[in-house]
Design a protein around this ligand. Structure first.
Ligand code: GBH
Length: 492
């Protein structure tokens, strides 16, 4: 019970909430009319700031299909997925959710969910089939049609310019992100797209998850392009990825219409203090800078941390002061993808001042083995970004989870585990917004089940179930939950 609330008031409010929820609980249809008012007692202490942007997200290769249509060139993911043994069941994104053709009905799906914004990604090889050289206007037209359809339905488009589908030609000619040429080509592509879409698209994310596509693609080899580079070359690849981001920010600023906002979407490693004491919190803040040294830290600070450079030694990336300036071009907002956390504690004996706390074997996770359930990440993630770097505008660009998602005999998916996950995480996000952390919006991953990279179609993240044989989308119980959260602008 919170301080300053008498037992009697508490009982009253709790009672009202209970009654309100019996009255308001929607039927299981996705479109169940919500009766919520802006500030019913049920929302007390559970509401988000007015105008909070509730959205949902997908990425091109995961949903579009139509890989050979309208002049699209091949990407490293086409190559990787068509290499036997790389993806579970040897699945690929040739058809995926056929969103390229079904985008209009998918926009209706978003509308019935009630989202105010949609975060999608643009397939670079649709726009520049070879990555550089001449553009393919037919490829960009798809995004023109999608953006128009979204706006006609009152949904704001938020576009990601790189969600891992690198044109294969850049991999062949320059070693992909290992080559500085790819960073340059990315800047040029970003400027081109910005000049054509920003009359309608007001929010751009340059790159999705440096910390994933570089590490998993070039270090572990489990994602495209499937390489396991030695550490020196890996550090250079990391450097070119953030350089590509910086060049893109500059190109977008140079060619976009006024009022366009630019940021990125990074899956920062989120250090969570085990105990919320000032010393643990300080240790977590130090950890935040070090754990993200090669990506968000250098982007925010314009320099690599001393500890990173020192520990990399001769394998440190080669860079110039001019490049650091480009990399740290000022951003309008910071987007973070939040799934899991790393617990830390103070450790004076370590040069960085913190130590990772190992995870016990029993730590619960979603069906995706990496997805340890740690709701606190959605409080500490944005809080660190605002406290450590003073970010003025933050978006949660992804959050969600996989679930076994087996349809019941009535055809619906009762994903109470996902509802529980989302509610727990959103409760922590609400704690952050209530404390004034400037989070402006939240994008649930994902609108619908889709091609989950190396897991193929075996791990489902959607709030809409996809039957891939028929392309039928069916709202899960979590879609009803999210619909109600949006309608109330509050936890539900
Ligand atoms: C996000 O990555 C992606 O942006 C999105 O495309 C994806 O669908 C979504 O999450 C759900 O996964 O194979 O053991 O090396 C989240 C961060 C980075 C987590 C890559 C999984 C691969 C683990 N991901 N990582 S492993």
């Amino acid at each position: 019970m919170s301080k300053g609330m008498s037992r009697r008031t508490f009982a009253k409010v709790a009672g009202a909430a209970a009654i309100a929820s019996t009255v308001e609980l929607p039927s299981l249809g996705c479109n169940a009319a919500s009766q919520s008012k802006a500030q019913t007692p049920a929302n007390a202490g559970r509401d988000f700031p007015p105008g909070f942007i509730w959205g949902t997200a997908t990425a091109a290769y995961q949903v579009e299909g139509a890989v050979k249509e309208d002049g699209r060139g091949p990407s490293i993911w086409d190559t990787f997925a068509h290499t036997p043994g790389k993806v579970v069941d040897n699945a690929n994104g040739d058809v995926a959710n056929d969103h390229y053709h079904l985008y209009k009905s998918d926009v209706q799906l978003m509308k019935s969910l009630g989202v105010k914004a949609y975060r999608f990604s643009i397939a670079w090889p649709r726009v520049f089939p070879n990555g550089d050289g001449s553009a393919n206007p037919k490829g960009l037209d798809f995004y023109n049609r999608l953006v128009d359809e979204l706006l006609a339905n009152g949904i704001q488009p938020f576009a990601t310019f790189y969600h891992w589908d690198l044109p294969q030609s850049l991999q062949d000619r320059f070693g992909g992100w290992e080559g500085r040429e790819t960073a340059k080509a990315f800047g040029d592509y970003a400027g081109y797209v910005a000049s054509r879409l920003t009359d309608r698209v007001k929010h751009i994310f340059t790159i999705n998850e440096f910390g994933a596509f570089v590490e998993v693609g070039y270090r572990w080899g489990r994602h495209a392009p499937g390489l396991q580079l030695p550490v020196g070359r890996l550090n250079q690849t990391r450097h070119h990825a953030v350089l590509g981001h910086g060049l893109a920010v500059q190109a977008i600023r140079a060619s976009a219409k006024r009022g366009t906002k630019v940021g990125l979407a990074e899956n920062i490693t989120i250090p969570v203090p085990v105990i919320e004491t000032p010393t643990h919190i300080e240790a977590a803040e130090r950890a935040m800078r070090e754990m993200n040294a090669q990506f968000l830290t250098v982007i925010q600070e314009g320099k690599y941390t001393d500890w990173y450079l020192k520990s990399a030694g001769a394998d440190a990336p080669k860079f110039t002061a001019e490049e650091l300036k480009i990399i740290s071009s000022p951003l309008d907002f910071v987007g973070i993808n939040v799934y899991t956390a790393q617990f830390v504690r103070p450790d004076e004996s370590s040069p960085a001042g913190y130590a990772n706390v190992p995870r016990p074997k029993s730590f619960p996770h979603a069906p995706s083995p990496w997805l340890y359930v740690a709701p606190d990440a959605l409080y500490w993630g944005p809080r660190h970004v605002s406290k450590v770097w003073g970010a003025k505008e933050i978006y949660i660009t992804e959050n969600g989870c996989s679930s076994s998602d087996e349809p019941a005999s009535d055809g619906r998916v009762y994903d109470t585990d996902r509802v529980s996950y989302l509610r727990a995480y959103l409760t922590q996000l609400r704690r952050a917004t209530a404390e004034g952390v400037p989070v402006r919006g939240y994008f649930l991953w994902s609108l619908m089940d889709n091609f989950e990279w190396a897991d193929g179609y075996t791990n489902r993240f959607g709030v809409n179930y996809v039957d891939y044989a028929t392309q039928k989308r069916t709202p899960k119980l979590s879609a009803d939950f999210y619909h109600e959260v949006i309608a109330r602008n509050a936890l539900a």
